[in-house]
Design a binder for this molecule. Structure first.
Ligand code: GDD
Ligand code: MN
Length: 401
C-alpha cells in the first residue's frame, strides 16, 4: 500500500509490509526547536526502555528542520544510542504529519508518541505499555483521571483547554467523548488499529484522528501530571485552535462511520434518572417559590418575585445535585468521596447549569424570533435540548466516565 494517496491522505503500512526491522514498540518524538531538551529526553527514555524492553523498542525523532538544529543534536545523541533514529523533514511541516510520518517509518507492533520537551513524564510510558499488554487497543495519558493533573497552569489556560474539550463534546461527541483528556498528545496504540486507514494530516490533535478513524474497541487511560516547560517555548498559537475546529468538523462529517465503528451506546438508564431528578427540581423550585413569595404561605414572608425565584432556583439546583450525586452518577461519585471533591462537583454543576440556562434563552429566542415557533413550544424544545446538554457535559466533565 502506498504511504500517501493522491488525495493527500497518509497511510500507515501493515507490519508485514514495513521496510525496517520489526520490533515491539516504536516511540515517535515530534520536535521543533527542542535542541535544549532533546538530549536529556533521549537519555532518560533510553535508560528507561533499555531496562524494560532491551532491544525490542525504537525511538524515532521527527524534526522539521528546526532553526536551532534539534536534528543535529538528536543525531549526535543517536551515535551513542543505537535504538534512536532521526528523521529530518525539509519539505513538510506540522505536528500531526510529523507524528504520522514517524509511524510510517516505524517497525513497531505498538506505536506511540510523546512530546520532546520533557513535559510528558517518561516513566508513565511503562504504565501505558502495561495497559497495552493487558489488552487495550489504545491507551492515553490523561490529566483528568486519578493520578493526573497540571503542575502550574493559570486559570486562562485551563479554561481554554476545557473550552476546547467542551466544543469537541458538542461538535464531535462520539470521538471526543471517548476519553477524559482528548487534548493529550501522549498516547500509544496497536498498529493494527491504524494500519491501512486513511489519515488526514491536517488535523492538529493526532489523538482525535486515531480515536475517530482507528479500529479501536478497548481504550485505557493512565493519569499523569503535565510538567512545566524547563527550556524552549510552546508552539501553540491561535492557528492551532482554528485547525482544531476544522478537524472536529471533518471528523464529525464522517461521524456516521465512526459512530458505527465506535459503538458508543447512549447511557439511557442514566439519562432517564437525570431527567427524573430534573422533574423533582421543578417541584422543589415551585414549592420554595411559593413559600418565599406567597403571602398565604406558612412562612408569610411575601418576598419579591426575583429574589424568591433566585433562591428557589438555587435550592432546586442543590436538590438536583444531591440526587444526581447519590443516584444518577452514584457509581462515578463513589470514587471521589472527600468533602472538597463534593464541593468542587457542586460548583461545576452550578456552572454547567448556568451555561445551560444561557443556552436555553438563546435557543428560545432563536426558535421564536427566527423560526416563528410558538413561544411555549419553543421553550419546551429548548428545555429538551438543554437537558441533553446538562446531562452530557456533566457526565463527561463533572462526574466523568
Ligand atoms: N516536528 C514537529 N513539527 N514537531 C512539533 C511541531 C511541528 O510543527 N510543533 C510542535 N512540535 C513538537 C514540540 O517540539 C514538542 O515536542 C511537541 O510537539 C509539543 O509541542 P508544544 O508546543 O510543546 O505543545 P504544548 O506543550 O503547548 O502542548 C502540549 O499539551 C497538549 C495538551 O494540552 C502537547 O503535549 C500536546 O501534544 C498536548 O496535546
Ligand atoms: Mn510542550
Amino acid at each position: 500500500q502506498l504511504l500517501e494517496n493522491p488525495s493527500g491522505a497518509l497511510v500507515i503500512p501493515e507490519l508485514d509490509a514495513v521496510m525496517v526491522q520489526p520490533c515491539y514498540f516504536s516511540l515517535v518524538i515530534p520536535t521543533f526547536n527542542e535542541s535544549r531538551n532533546i538530549g536529556a529526553m533521549l537519555q532518560r527514555l533510553v535508560a528507561l526502555l533499555d531496562e524494560a524492553y532491551a532491544d525490542r523498542y525504537e525511538i524515532i525523532v521527527v524534526d522539521d528542520d528546526s532553526p536551532d538544529r534539534t536534528w543535529e543534536v538528536a543525531l549526535g545523541a543517536a551515535e551513542q544510542l543505537p535504538r534512536v533514529r532521526v528523521i529530518r523533514r525539509q519539505t513538510e511541516r506540522g505536528l500531526a504529519t510529523a507524528v504520522i510520518r514517524g509511524w510510517q517509518a516505524a517497525g513497531g507492533e505498538v506505536i506511540g508518541v510523546i512530546d520532546g520537551d520533557l513535559q510528558h513524564p517518561p516513566e508513565v510510558l511503562l504504565q501505558l505499555l502495561g495497559e497495552i499488554d493487558a489488552g487495550a487497543d489504545f491507551v492515553i495519558a490523561s490529566r483528568h483521571v486519578e493520578g493526573g493533573g497540571i503542575s502550574e497552569w493559570g486559570f486562562v489556560r485551563r479554561l481554554l483547554s476545557r473550552g476546547a474539550q467542551l466544543l469537541g463534546l458538542v461538535i464531535a461527541p462520539t470521538v471526543v467523548g471517548r476519553v477524559s483528556d482528548p487534548m493529550s498528545g501522549y498516547f500509544m496504540l496497536r498498529r493494527r488499529a491504524l494500519a491501512g486507514v486513511e489519515l488526514n494530516p491536517k488535523g492538529y490533535k493526532i489523538s482525535l484522528e486515531a480515536l475517530g478513524r482507528g479500529r479501536i474497541d478497548r481504550i485505557a487511560e493512565v493519569g499523569y501530571v503535565f510538567q512545566e516547560r524547563q527550556a524552549g517555548e510552546s508552539k501553540v498559537t491561535a492557528r492551532q485552535y482554528v485547525d482544531y475546529i476544522h478537524h472536529l468538523l471533518k471528523l464529525r462529517s464522517r461521524g456516521r462511520v465512526s459512530r458505527m465503528r465506535n459503538q458508543i451506546p447512549f447511557p439511557i438508564g442514566r439519562f432517564l434518572r437525570f431527567g427524573f431528578v430534573g422533574l423533582s427540581g421543578v417541584v422543589v423550585d415551585m414549592a420554595v417559590l411559593y413559600l418565599l413569595h406567597s403571602a398565604a404561605s406558612p412562612l408569610g414572608l411575601a418576598w419579591g418575585l426575583t429574589r424568591s425565584k433566585i433562591i428557589a432556583s438555587e435550592v432546586a439546583i442543590l436538590n438536583n445535585f444531591c440526587w444526581n450525586d447519590r443516584w444518577t452518577f452514584k457509581d462515578l461519585a463513589g470514587q471521589q468521596k472527600s468533602v472538597g471533591q463534593w464541593v468542587k462537583r457542586f460548583v461545576k454543576f452550578n456552572l454547567i447549569c448556568l451555561l445551560g440556562l444561557t443556552l436555553n434563552v438563546l435557543i428560545l429566542n432563536l426558535l421564536f424570533n427566527l423560526f416563528g415557533i410558538n413561544a411555549y413550544v419553543a421553550n419546551l424544545l429548548a428545555i429538551v435540548i438543554v437537558t441533553f446538554w446538562n446531562f452530557w457535559i456533566n457526565l463527561k466533565l463533572n462526574w466523568r466516565v
